[in-house]
Structures are given as C-alpha cells and as structure tokens.
Design a binder for this molecule. Structure first.
Ligand SMILES: Cc1cc2nc3c(=O)[nH]c(=O)nc-3n(C[C@H](O)[C@H](O)[C@H](O)COP(=O)(O)O)c2cc1C
Length: 137
C-alpha cells in the first residue's frame, strides 16, 4: 500500500497532526501546495474549519486531484467548535470521483485561547494509532 499525507494549516495545529499521521505510515507530511504526483492507495488529508467552511485552497486542492492516482481520501483534522469537515471534503471528493473512507480522525484544536494546547500529546498519539489502523500497519 502507498500513502501520502497532505495538510493545510493556518495556525500549525493540522501540521502537528499531519506529522504524527505521516510518521505512523512512514512518509513525509507535505503542505497541499505539493501536488500528489505519485499513485497512492490512501491520501491522508489534514484540514480544518475556518468560518464554518474548509479553506478555498483545500477545496481547490481536492479538485486538482487525479482519481486515477488517488485510491481514496482519509480525512483528519481539528476544530474549535464544529465536529468535522468530513461532509465538506466529501462533497469535493465526490465531484472528482474520489472515494472517501468513512473513517476519520478529529479532535479539538486550540483557537483564541480555547482548547489550549490541543492537539496535545494524547491527540497526536491517537492520530498516529488511527493512521496505523487505517493503513493496517
Ligand atoms: C480564521 C479562523 C477561523 C476559524 N473558524 C472556525 C469555525 O468556524 N469553526 C470551528 O469549529 N473552528 C474554527 N476555527 C478554529 C480552527 O478550526 C482550529 O483552531 C484548528 O485547530 C485550526 O487548525 P490549523 O492550526 O491547522 O489552522 C477557526 C480558526 C481560524 C484561525
């Protein structure tokens, strides 16, 4: 199985999760400015909510994906209040015909002093365990 990890971050929280996920599956976490050129079975995609939506850069990144290269997307991320970006990401993945795995990782993310320190060490450990379970490592 081949894996890739891409993330979008504004304040660093998603990068922390992405690094934990990437280490667990033995690849490097790269920002979404880095295109997925190779064929991968699973693309772990880290993203968050900003003003009740995913960032337009994340939307454009998903739209740029080649369904012949990406087997499926596994969503992960954090948010301060909302639960998960899954539906937003799936809506874009559907448009390009890429399957979304039903499993995802989500935790609280620090925002303006709320949920201070999140994602914390426990969150990063849980993200890594989630990635290993999904990747069957
Ligand atoms: C500009 C901005 C807008 C945000 N809007 C929301 C929001 O609408 N709902 C929510 O639950 N969290 C919101 N958050 C909180 C982020 O989703 C949360 O802090 C997340 O961990 C940020 O990830 P990042 O550091 O990788 O960007 C917002 C954060 C920022 C910086």
């Amino acid at each position: 199985m081949n894996y890739a990890v891409r993330y979008y971050t504004k304040t660093g929280n998603t990068k922390k999760l992405a690094d934990a996920v990437a280490k667990a599956v033995g690849v490097e976490a790269l920002p979404i400015s880095s295109p997925v050129d190779e064929k991968v079975d699973i693309l772990f995609l880290g993203n968050s909510y900003y003003a009740f939506n995913i960032d337009p850069e994340v939307r454009d990144f998903i739209r740029s994906l080649d369904r012949k290269k990406v087997g499926c997307i596994v969503n992960f991320g954090s948010a301060a209040m909302l639960n998960s970006t899954y539906k937003k990401v799936k809506a874009e993945a559907d448009k390009v015909g890429i399957k979304m795995d039903e499993r995802e990782f989500h935790c609280k993310g620090e925002f303006k002093g709320v949920h201070k320190g999140r994602p914390n060490e426990d969150d990063l450990k849980a993200a890594a365990e989630f990635a290993k379970a999904v990747a069957k490592i």
